[in-house]
Design a binder for this molecule. Sequence first.
Ligand code: ZN
Length: 133
Amino acid sequence: MNKIEHIGIAVKNLEKSNALFASLLGEKHYKIEEVKSEGVKTSFFKVGENKIELLEATNIDSPIAKFLAKKGEGVHHIAFAVDDILGEVKRLKKEGFTILNEIPKKGADNKLVVFLHPKTTNGVLIELCQEVD
Ligand code: ZN
């Protein structure tokens, strides 16, 4: 794995949280993107070479809506950048991790993404992401 690409934070109200994080980081978000298939609206902030992704649910079946209902607002996932997502899936499977989607899906920010179940990663949802060119 290359680096922490971004940290995902579940929020109730994207507009309010965009303002909050802009004042925290001293810089506005640089994009907003809706991922319809996941039922989320996201915004991205740059922090040096890393990013913060804020996630708001767009429907009640969204994984973010479920997370918020269960745990409230807060850190939702940590995303690692990888060069060979299929190779990593194979390796991590062999290591005993539970992969939520073995076939990478299209995530926000023009990336292919795979998630690891938090039950095998100390309660932290892990995202692997590979840039699509
Ligand atoms: Zn993410």
